[in-house]
Design a binder for this molecule. Structure first.
Ligand code: 4AD
Ligand code: MG
Length: 479
């Protein structure tokens, strides 16, 4: 008999109809008169209840139906007598596909996420990970739908590259080896061949530079793919392999870039509220009691648009009033997450789009603000800064910190080259990027949203390792 997904069985009111469901047993309660099997197939957080008359089934089959076992069940769809569920199945046929013994690591309820991480191959079968993965899928759909509806083209940028977009040097190098013909040195050490491409290549940290080529030809593009960073940051917000969404738009200015960032995030959050109701309710109950309230709250807020210099003034004022921070935050310092959190969670109590950062710690490609005669600069809405600034526009979020990093791009050939030279950057692998400023250069802007950081916010999960199926972090790439 053809299988029906449990999500559809639970919606159906065709009582009396024969159905077949297949999935993994969540619980099996038995008594003399009746057995109840809660079955889940991953299509929804909800289980279907299978009601079994034990006298009609082989005793061994019923014994084999333990938590975690994989079974097929056929029976009659009936209206449920139990509270909180609409339909259930009166079993007529049960088949066990896969037994599951007591050593099943996901058997116990309420396991810590740390223990579950060690069982990344099995944790996907738990309610929490099922919910997170369905939401992750939905967020990917939200992203594609948003950009498609707004006339952006999905643009594929390479994962293997010879350029370093962020200039931070934290890239994974690409080498080759033929497993069947390993070259070894005299000490028996494997010699890796890193000349496959005729030059040294790495895994990309961002698709932005190639994305700019797309935007300056197609108008509006977005990338959505894996990016790699060999930063040794063991934090709940960093992965060595994470997914990034990078829209890039021709003729977009600083204000319009902020509009796009805000509108896009709100669209994704609204999508989750509209399309992931059951999973969000589960997470709201089990993980974070204020989750749905926070998601709804973000939709009502107008994000604060704040020049970095004003942000520093607010932090300095807080210090004067007794606030203690671990790290300094004088003008020119890169903000630590404690500073970002203070601004977002304590001072404004809503998301902040921070802009006009000091040139010293931002990337070479950002649009430079107008310098003043005394060494300062003029930025967003005429705000004056004491040093040179660039039109970076990062979105800082409650609980998360930086969820988006973006900027208006420097379109002037002379200014861009001035910055590249000032930083003494190697231009060998940037010639094609520089060409965009030579021929038909145009104002443009874009940003990168850390997909997993969005998922963290939308699910209320606390650790980025728990919102991607197979996290890659320092010393951990097993699954
Ligand atoms: O701020 P970042 O480094 O910006 C860029 O890479 C730009 N080229 C993007 C652009 O303008 N097209 O990274 C963008 C975002 C961050 O705001 C953060 O959300 C996420 O990517 N991110 C990480 N997420 C998980 N693990 C890491 N190690 C991350 N590093 C950055
Ligand atoms: Mg950043």
């Amino acid at each position: 008999m053809k299988r029906t997904k449990i999500i559809d069985v639970l919606k159906s009111t065709e009582y009396g109809k024969e159905v077949c469901v297949k999935g993994w047993v969540r619980t099996h309660r038995s008594s003399k008169a009746v057995d109840f099997i809660a079955l889940n197939d991953g299509s929804t957080i909800k289980n279907v209840q299978i009601v079994v008359d034990p006298t009609k089934f082989d005793e061994q089959v019923l014994k084999d139906i333990t938590t975690g076992a994989c079974i097929s069940a056929e029976g009659t769809l009936v209206e449920s007598q139990g509270a909180g569920q609409s339909s259930e199945i009166q079993a007529t046929k049960l088949e066990v596909y896969g037994l599951c013994g007591n050593d099943y690591p996901m058997q116990k309820k309420g396991q810590s996420f740390e223990v579950m991480r060690k069982n990344a191959h099995m944790r996907l079968r738990t309610n929490t990970f099922g919910a997170v993965m369905r939401i992750r899928h939905n967020m990917a759909m939200a992203i594609h739908t948003y950009f498609h509806e707004h006339g952006f083209f999905y643009f594929h940028t390479p994962l293997i590259t010879a350029s370093d977009c962020e200039g931070a040097g934290n890239m994974f190098q690409v080498t080759t080896k033929n497993l069947y013909d390993l070259k070894k040195d005299e000490n028996g050490k494997i010699i890796y061949d890193d000349d496959f491409f005729g030059e040294q290549t790495s895994l990309t940290v961002s698709g932005q530079l190639e994305g700019e080529l797309g935007a300056t030809a197609l108008g509006s593009i977005y990338t959505f793919g894996p990016t790699f960073r060999a930063e040794n940051s063991n934090t709940p917000r960093h992965l060595a392999e994470f997914w990034m969404v990078e829209p890039e738009v021709a003729f977009l200015d600083q204000e319009e870039l902020m509009d796009l960032e805000e509108d896009f995030i709100k669209y994704c959050v609204r999508w989750a509220l509209d399309n992931c109701k059951d999973d969000l309710e589960f997470l709201n109950k089990m993980i974070d009691k204020t989750l749905i309230e926070r998601l709804e709250g973000v939709l009502k807020e107008t994000f604060v648009r704040l020049p970095y210099t004003e942000g520093i003034n607010i932090l300095q004022e807080a210090i004067k009033n007794g606030k203690k921070f671990e790290f300094p935050c004088n003008w020119g310092d890169d903000l630590a997450s404690e500073h970002e959190r203070y601004l977002v969670e304590e001072h404004f109590k809503k998301p902040v789009i921070m802009t006009d950062y000091p040139r010293a710690f931002k990337s070479f490609y950002m649009k430079q603000n107008q310098d003043t005669a005394d060494g300062g600069s003029v930025g967003y809405k005429g705000a004056v800064a004491p040093g040179p600034t660039m039109q970076g526009t990062d979105v800082l979020f409650p609980q998360i910190g930086e969820i988006i990093g973006g900027s208006v791009r420097e379109e002037s050939y002379d200014k861009l080259m001035g910055e590249i030279n000032r930083r003494e950057m190697d231009q060998t692998h940037l010639w094609w990027y520089i060409d965009t400023r030579k021929w038909g250069s145009c104002p443009h802007a874009g940003f990168g949203l850390g997909f997993e950081r969005l998922i963290l916010f939308v699910t209320g999960m606390q650790n980025i390792r728990d919102v991607i199926p197979f996290p890659r972090t320092p010393k951990s790439a097993e699954f």
